[in-house]
Design a protein around this ligand. Structure first.
Ligand SMILES: NC(=O)c1ccc[n+]([C@@H]2O[C@H](COP(=O)([O-])OP(=O)(O)OC[C@H]3O[C@@H](n4cnc5c(N)ncnc54)[C@H](O)[C@@H]3O)[C@@H](O)[C@H]2O)c1
Length: 245
């Protein structure tokens, strides 16, 4: 499949890497040359990049080279989307920005292209309404770091075309993820995973603000009690930095 990824930041660069490794031709685009340079370096040689994956025996050198050859980074939005079959939008979590990007995508991408968003929680209906192809718009919510996490929360409305859902879930599976299809809900930010996560963070912050325990203590308790990989405050930091520290 020919795929464009919009935004080469924490999520977009990793998502582009996973999609290329799964055999797709991927063009990842950003506004900033500096971001592009960082993304190229991260994919090639970063903590979750191909070089480390090869040295740890997670991927053969020839497969890594082939995946890298399928991956293009540029600042040319129009060229990236002009012949894409699927576009995965990964710009910052601001609704007005995402709506603008979806308007541009609707204008510039092929009429039958699927427009997916990696939004963390904005209603699918709001993005679909920005286009003349609401049935081809879908949320494909990834977790950080995309190379590692199996998470694939696929959000749909009654309008989403069945073949669009099938193609996106099949692609998520081909990327080694575990797709779960859930319903759009315009009254609450966060779909399923982030709604539950936000409730947990709220309570963890409340415990700290009451002086009952420090952030470090809450982290330790949650890891030891529930077997989480890290505690709630370490999760916030990891999500912001892409777990690169
Ligand atoms: N960071 C996480 O843990 C995480 C997890 C799941 C989902 N998300 C979601 O993924 C999305 C991206 O988050 P991120 O952490 O990668 O943000 P980020 O700030 O690291 O990257 C976003 C990139 O988009 C670029 N951009 C902005 N407008 C653009 C445009 N018109 N065309 C091309 N590029 C453009 C920016 O220059 C920036 O480099 C957000 O919606 C966020 O909520 C983030």
């Amino acid at each position: 499949m020919r795929i464009a990824v919009i935004g080469a930041g924490v999520m977009g660069s990793g998502i582009a890497q996973v999609l290329a490794q799964a055999g797709n031709e991927v063009h990842c685009t950003d506004l900033e040359n500096e971001v592009i340079d960082k993304a190229i370096a991260g994919v090639a040689d970063g903590r979750y990049g191909f070089e480390r994956a090869v040295s740890r025996g997670k991927i053969e050198r020839a497969d890594a080279d082939a995946a890298l050859a399928r991956l293009t980074f540029s600042t040319n939005f129009e060229e990236a989307v002009s012949d894409a079959e699927l576009i995965v939008e990964c710009v910052p979590e601001r609704l007005a920005l995402k709506v603008k990007v979806f308007r541009d995508l609707d204008r510039l991408a092929p009429d039958d292209a699927i427009l997916a968003s990696n939004s963390s929680g904005f209603p699918l209906a709001a993005l679909a309404a920005a286009t003349d192809r609401p049935g081809n718009v879908i949320i494909w919510h990834w977790a950080s770091p995309p190379v590692v996490m199996k998470f694939a929360e696929i959000v749909v409305t009654e309008e989403t075309h069945t073949d669009v859902i099938e193609r996106v879930t099949a692609l998520a599976s081909a990327c080694g993820k575990n797709p779960v299809v859930v319903k759009d809900h315009s009254m609450a930010w966060g779909y399923v995973a982030n709604r539950v996560y936000a409730a947990m963070i709220k309570e963890a912050s409340q415990v700290v603000s009451e002086g009952v325990a420090s952030q470090e203590d809450v982290n330790r308790l949650m890891v030891d009690c529930f077997g989480w990989p890290v505690g709630p405050f370490a999760m916030i930091k990891g999500a912001q930095t892409g777990w690169k520290d």
